[in-house]
Design a protein around this ligand. Structure first.
Ligand SMILES: Cc1cc2nc3c(=O)[nH]c(=O)nc-3n(C[C@H](O)[C@H](O)[C@H](O)COP(=O)(O)O)c2cc1C
Length: 375
């Protein structure tokens, strides 16, 4: 029986004080945010999938200069979709068409076709291994056996991400230390890897207990958790930590633009939708005009990541012009629950509120988990 709500197998393994994880925010992470969460006693994460290996090395050094506490570095195991390398200038021009009208209206130069230059997950992972990061989390697949073995040998905690119970079973089989069960409420990409993302849209409330019942490693609940009520619910479902993304994205410390953060801080930010239009992979973001345009039937979308590079051109112009209707803004369904503007007061009150009630819930939940394992 765990004596306190905040002490369990996962917090012990990671060496953190609270089972609260700031989810990696690939592209919008910041060293400051990661360190602030870790310094508080949670686990800060940094989404590094878009960075070159030498930049990742610098980022790890910077995080280490800001915190001596454990943190996670996050990568995407699958870095491109079929057709990314063969996608040509004609396809580029067809996919540019729905964006060009906005780019022109904003007075920005139209982008021109550039062949895509790939980054390799293995090269990025090498940096994490060399740097001996405290935790290595990943999404969109399972790293090769040799990488996971090296993590084990070095004591690097591995955290995989599942969007279905089949993916959770595969991650456990591969020997990861913990599994994020990511419900479809979550902001950002749907990291599915066994079935298409469109067929892997289980909600957090259903997914977490299903995963808890079939794996024996600690489960981390993600998706739609924006305050103490959500964390308590996750613990009741059998999760040993909650991973929050959108709420941290809204904080001043995040790497999101001011326009994006202010949109998330508004009470009416909660209307989100799923689209492949922003990157070529299915992801959740604020429903706005540019999402509607790209979701229209017949719109040609490039594979991941060329579509991401293409849309980035509009994003830069929209941000400069202060046009939230034309800016891709990642967000989960909990967006309107995000009054968080600074990490420290947010986490302080989150933990205070959870502490009032979570003791008996986590004890009950741990006992239930044990019974399930015995069955
Ligand atoms: C902008 C953004 C970027 C994200 N990038 C990553 C990523 O690179 N890797 C990853 O594993 N999860 C990523 N996520 C998922 C979050 O880490 C987290 O699991 C998710 O946001 C939790 O759901 P919530 O948004 O409802 O809080 C991202 C989420 C957002 C909003």
């Amino acid at each position: 029986m765990s004596p306190r709500w905040n002490e369990n197998r996962l917090t012990a393994k990671l060496g953190i004080d609270y089972p609260v994880i700031q989810g990696p925010l690939g592209g919008l992470s910041s060293q400051r945010l990661t360190a602030a969460v870790s310094n508080f006693g949670g686990l800060g994460s940094f989404g590094a999938h878009g960075l070159a290996p030498e930049v990742i090395k610098d980022v790890i050094g910077e995080i280490r200069s800001l915190t001596s506490k454990p943190f996670a570095m996050n990568l995407w195991v699958s870095m491109e979709d079929e057709g990314a390398r063969t996608s040509d200038e004609n396809a580029f021009n067809r996919s540019l068409a729905p964006l060009a009208v906005h780019i022109d209206a904003l007075g920005a130069p139209r982008p021109t076709y550039k062949p895509y230059s790939p980054k390799r997950f293995e090269d990025q992972a090498c940096v994490l291994l060399d740097a001996n990061v405290p935790a290595f989390s990943f999404i969109f697949g399972i790293p090769a056996r040799e990488i996971l073995e090296e993590c084990r040998a070095k004591g690097i905690v591995t955290i995989g991400t599942a969007t279905t119970s089949d993916e959770a079973a595969a991650l456990q089989q591969a020997g990861v230390n913990a599994i994020v069960a990511s419900g479809f409420e979550a902001g950002g990409h749907r990291g599915s890897f066994l079935r298409p993302a469109e067929d892997s849209l289980t909600g957090t409330l259903s997914l977490v207990p299903q995963v808890v019942d079939i794996v024996d490693v600690p489960v981390i609940a993600a998706g739609g958790i924006g305050d103490a009520r959500g964390v308590i619910a996750a613990l009741a479902l059998g999760a040993e930590a909650a991973q929050l993304g959108t709420v941290f994205l809204a904080c001043e410390e995040s790497g999101a633009s001011r326009l994006h953060r202010e949109t998330l801080q508004r009470r009416n930010a909660g209307h989100t939708g799923l689209t492949k239009g922003f990157t070529g992979r299915l992801a959740r973001a604020v429903h706005n005009r540019v999402m509607e345009d790209l979701n229209r039937n017949g719109t040609e979308i490039l594979p991941y990541p060329p579509q991401r590079e293409l849309v980035r051109n509009l994003a830069i112009a929209a941000e400069a012009a202060g046009r939230a209707d034309l800016l891709p803004m990642w967000a989960g369904q909990s967006a309107s629950l995000s009054p968080c503007t600074d990490v420290l007061p947010f986490l302080t009150s989150l933990v205070e509120e959870i502490s009032e009630i979570a003791g008996p819930i986590t004890r009950w939940s741990a006992a239930r988990r044990k019974k399930q394992i015995v069955k």
